[in-house]
Ligand binder design. Structure first.
Ligand SMILES: [Zn+2]
Length: 478
């Protein structure tokens, strides 16, 4: 695209409002994607079985494995008599022209990716538990979605009405949200739609996500020289979602989490109970299931919306930010798991990471052994571990007293100053990781060490219980 030098990838998310006949079309596409996936998988399984019994390797022994091979296989197969014969006696998949061909190809690509992941798992070149061999998708359990590539620029936004998206074969689909931002970017050539993914969620809504390659943000919206702006530290806690403070010791903001799960837990329990009591396969059970799904979806929406708002606000107002590297995986194995999951820490951190890149801000992840909570922000004395119930930091060295979270945030804000100018004597600076450190998780050995320390800290915290739901509000404006 002309005039686009640096690029960033982003997504635009809309809720669809399809008509009854459009829902039918959407369902047909979902079915087509599942069909192509299963058909390709079946072919591979058959070929592998043939290969296993054959002693001599014939010409046709090559098993399609990559997305590219699988697309070619499916495109050939859909024209053969194997795929069926229509009323006029012509061979081929009778309904293939009813759906957008991209859907078949993207399903094949997905299977290719699953095979690649499986191979990597076998070779040991992939992190985490090795993935299983891909399985057939079932209508009842598979995620109802399909994807199409914007090959011939057929995906259009707001051509008839402003709140609509046009997809090939499906036509104009109404969307609930405003499309103005995206339309403006497309008009000015600052964005290009790459993919559209349509999914039917368990709460009954149809969603569309447009994967967009966009130009960098306008320089006026970006931070100039990030190194000149004053750094702020963000201390994430459980009681308060985050406390933001600068290196001078001033608290800049205190962000309270909406804690959607805690607020919705009673209703969720009631609904889950109704579901488990409903008779299997009854109409009431289906209703109860939809009800539980809706409650879960709402919780997820609230959490995501909150993380988006707060991360954007922070990144737009501060050029340099420091967060601590908390091992959420370790904490998720403790009694605090629910509270941590509800706060959405990792979601927030990943948003901060990519938004920092967009807005030209610097995000530093402090080393996980940096004693942000134990250190005195006045004299630098590192004291003993604080119990989670202790809300005030008290320095045994100089007698300085401060709010526990504010003290930690100030320490984090100073972290960047201490660790930046060359090799400093500070221990933490040795491990300082700037930018994108969230993408890179620690090795297993280090993970173990951290889990032990966090467990120690959390083990004492059982006395603390959440007392009431907290509303979304920030005490200080940024
Ligand atoms: Zn002190």
């Amino acid at each position: 695209m002309d005039g686009m030098t640096a690029k960033r990838h982003t997504t635009f998310h809309f809720t669809l409002e399809p008509t009854a006949s459009q829902v039918e079309g959407l369902r047909r596409h979902v079915g087509a994607a599942r069909f192509a996936f299963n058909q390709c998988l079946r072919a591979v399984v058959t070929k592998l079985a043939e290969k296993a019994v054959k002693t001599t390797v014939g010409e046709d022994a090559r098993v399609p494995w990559s997305g590219f091979d699988l697309i070619n296989f499916f495109n050939q197969w859909k024209l053969t008599a194997d795929a069926g014969v229509d009323e006029d006696g012509k061979p081929g998949l009778a309904w293939r022209t009813d759906v957008c061909q991209q859907v078949f190809e993207e399903a094949a690509v997905d299977l290719g990716r699953a095979f690649a992941a499986f191979s990597d798992g076998r070779k040991g070149t992939r992190r985490g538990r090795p993935p299983r061999f891909p399985r057939f998708k079932k209508k009842a359990t598979a995620r109802a979605s399909f994807r199409m590539r914007n090959k011939k620029a057929e995906i259009r936004v707001g051509s008839d009405r402003t709140r609509c998206i046009r997809l090939p074969k499906l036509g104009e689909l109404a969307v609930r949200e405003c499309t103005r931002d995206l339309r403006r970017m497309l008009r000015k050539g600052r964005a290009k739609i790459l993919f559209a993914t349509v999914s039917h969620r368990s709460d009954g809504r149809w969603h569309i996500t447009l994967n967009v390659e966009a130009a960098e943000l306008h320089p006026a919206r970006r931070h100039g020289d990030a190194s000149t702006s004053t750094p702020v530290g963000i201390d994430r806690g459980l009681r308060t979602f985050a406390v933001v403070a600068d290196a001078e010791g001033n608290e800049v903001a205190r962000i309270e989490s909406p804690r959607p799960l805690r607020r919705g837990l009673r209703a969720l329990k009631r609904k889950s109970k109704a579901l488990s009591r409903a008779k299997l396969d009854s109409r009431n059970r289906h209703r109860a299931r939809a009800c539980v799904a809706k409650a879960h979806a709402r919780i997820a929406y609230v959490r995501r919306d909150f993380a988006h708002r707060e991360s954007s606000r922070l990144i737009k107002t501060h050029g340099r930010l420091v967060i601590e590297d908390l091992c959420t995986i370790g904490l998720m194995r403790t009694s605090l798991a629910r509270a941590i999951a509800d706060s959405g820490w990792s979601l927030f951190a990943s948003m901060l990471t990519y938004k920092a890149r967009w807005y030209g801000a610097t995000l530093t992840v402090a080393d996980r052994f940096f004693p942000s909570t134990r250190k005195c922000s006045a004299c630098g004395h590192v004291g003993a571990k604080l119990d989670l119930s202790e809300r005030t930091f008290h320095c045994s060295g100089c007698g300085h007293e401060a709010d526990r979270d504010t003290n930690a945030a100030v320490n984090l804000a100073r972290y960047v100053i201490v660790s930046e100018p060359g090799p400093s004597p500070h221990v933490a600076a040795k491990h300082a990781e700037t930018k994108n450190a969230y993408g890179e998780r620690c090795s297993d050995a280090r993970l173990l060490v951290v889990r032990e320390t966090t467990l120690y800290e959390v083990g004492k915290a059982s006395a603390w219980r959440p007392r009431r739901a907290v509303s979304t509000s920030t005490v200080n404006t940024l």
